[in-house]
Ligand binder design. Structure first.
Ligand code: NAG
Ligand code: NAG
Length: 537
């Protein structure tokens, strides 16, 4: 095709105008927290001690941090750590010892604040590991804790406080941890067979969310079901996502359950948002050296609707291997990843350096907002989680089969960064609430009073209270991630100078708020306080 040159330039100009550049100066801020934590952060979980347990894998040689006291792994010459605990308040790390291979595994925070992690590969594929945070705690391992090998599975907290573990490579079934009896096995889930493409899969790390009716929404490849895990029955089959492109590993997109608004004990519409991924052929093409552009679409669906339909939206930037995180003010952050190729070793291209914020309550067409760019690519095996202070911790990126620091595209990243959304800008400090109430235990369906300070006079109608369940993050999915917007009934009253009290009704049901630890925020005009830990029992 030969365009006359002026037309060609016009087309180029229009293309440039159409695809907005990443802003270099506005939309939040980035800071490098630690240039190295010694491992590449492939999996992360925030714990109620404000520490983050991070791990990588054990089967690819030594990391860049030694185990403590000259220790080595049993029956191994490897004396390096493949897990660390990051202390948010002190910005420091301490090495931990995992005994068996945790590569591409999964997990969920339990109601008592311990991380229960499951599976991995090789000798670790049926192991369950428990991490309880304290000054010198380490991993505890339970051999044969799973009834099936699970590699690339998804976990979710259950309303009864146990967890469900769904799928994994060649594992077309699900199981629970802990088990109620020793005979509890792994019921089959044919949906995982139906969505499994031979030699590609495209259904690993399925997107799993607990609906408020107690059933699980399970999305794999290009479609979803609502699943009754107690009766092992599909309750509803959702329409295929328009376009029919896959959204799960290796065509890795991401997904969130949008914030659940709880009003007078009832939740409003339950909605899921799925963004990015890679076209159908992308995995095969990437293996042949052709890197297809990532998907730039999101699908949003009311999973509680009797006749649910996908509504498609277009992101300002295409993205594969992005992470979607719920922010304290109810917005969604889309961060990390690339704009071509797929997940897997050496298969991703063109890092997307700027995050995007999605505002679910804005009118369609004005929901996305580009954020400031970073300088560090976060490709395959990168992670992101929300911290209690409202920052987002970003780590990892290692698209190689071992640590590679030179002469490769996207060298192994050992650094930790923080992205601070614009709500943390000093210009918002007059509006920022500061909670005075202490960390607390709450129960379902009770009235709770929260005291806070705000420097400027407060309009009671603009105060909201949110609760975020801290998820387990790996491979672009945040397991058990959940944000609840509590009913304040506009009850905020002044109780002194710059001093206020708001009363909320806590969620009434374990299907809405499974038991466990949440971070509670007071939000004023979209500006969240630092959170406090609450435990709902
Ligand atoms: C990690 O350790 C290797 C081997 O000692 C060294 O060559 C490399 O520079 C280290 N990388 C970082 C980022 O610390
Ligand atoms: C609280 O204020 C908001 C914003 O003005 C309004 O939309 C809502 O109806 C009010 N709720 C109650 C319970 O008064």
């Amino acid at each position: 095709m030969a365009f006359p040159s002026p037309v060609f330039h016009l087309v180029l100009l229009l293309l440039l105008l159409h695809s907005p550049p990443c802003p270099a100066t506005s939309g939040g801020s980035w800071s490098l927290l630690l240039p190295t934590i010694g491992i590449s952060a492939m999996h992360m979980q925030l714990l109620p001690t404000d520490r983050v347990v991070i791990y990588d894998r054990t089967d690819f040689g030594t990391s860049n941090i030694s185990l403590r006291d000259g220790k080595c792994r049993p029956k191994s010459t490897d004396c390096s750590a493949h897990s660390v605990e990051y202390d948010v308040l002190h910005n420091s790390v301490r090495p931990l010892m995992v005994l068996t291979d945790v590569w591409c595994s999964s997990g969920t925070l339990m109601p008592d604040g311990t991380l229960v992690q499951t599976g991995g590969t090789y000798e670790g594929d049926r192991v369950v590991r428990v991490y309880k945070s304290c000054d010198d705690c380490d991993w505890q391992e339970i051999q044969s804790g799973l009834s099936q090998s699970r590699w690339y599975a998804t976990n979710h907290i259950l309303p009864d406080g146990r967890q469900i573990i769904i799928g994994g490579r060649q594992a077309f079934n699900y199981e629970f941890y802990p088990k109620i009896s020793s005979t509890e096995n792994a019921p089959s889930l044919p949906f995982l067979v139906q969505t499994n493409e031979p030699n590609i899969e495209n259904n690993l790390y399925p997107f799993v969310f607990l609906n408020t009716d107690g059933h699980f929404f399970i999305y794999a490849n290009d479609r979803a079901i609502l699943f009754d895990y107690v009766r092992n029955q599909v309750v509803k089959t959702y329409p295929t996502i328009p376009g029919g492109d896959p959204r799960n590993y290796p065509s890795t997109g991401s997904a969130v359950l949008l914030p659940l608004r709880v009003v007078q004990g009832k939740t409003s519409d339950v909605e899921v948002l799925i963004c990015g991924g890679a076209p159908k052929e992308a995995f095969v093409n990437a293996n042949n050296g052709k890197f297809d552009g990532a998907l730039d679409t999101c699908g949003r669906i009311k999973i509680s609707d009797p006749n649910p339909q996908w509504v498609m939206e277009t992101m300002p930037l295409a993205r594969v291997m992005g992470d979607m995180l719920l922010l304290p003010n109810g917005n969604v952050l889309i961060i990390n990843g690339g704009s071509a190729g797929v997940a897997g070793w050496e298969l991703g291209r063109d890092p997307v350096l700027c995050p995007v914020i999605y505002q679910p309550n804005n009118r369609i067409g004005s929901r996305f907002e580009l954020q400031k760019r970073t300088t560090i690519p976060r490709m395959y095996h990168s992670t992101a989680i929300l911290l209690r202070d409202g920052r987002v911790l970003v780590g990892g990126s290692n698209p190689h089969d071992k640590y590679e620091f030179a002469n490769v595209l996207y060298p192994t990243e050992l650094s930790l960064e923080a992205f601070s959304p614009a709500y943390l800008d000093p210009s918002s400090s007059k509006l920022r609430p500061s909670i005075i109430s202490p960390r607390t235990v709450i129960h379902h369906g009770e009235r709770m009073f929260i005291r806070f300070n705000v420097l400027c006079p407060v309009d009671p109608n603009l105060v909201s209270v949110t609760m975020v369940a801290p998820p387990f993050n790996t491979h672009s999915f945040s397991m058990s991630q959940r944000l609840l917007i509590l009913d304040t009934g506009n009850t905020t009253v002044a109780v002194g100078e710059s001093h206020y009290e708001v009363s909320v009704i806590t969620p009434g049901s374990v299907n809405v708020a499974p038991p466990g630890n949440y971070i509670l925020f007071v939000v004023y005009q979209g500006i969240p306080s630092e959170g406090i830990w609450v435990c709902i029992q």
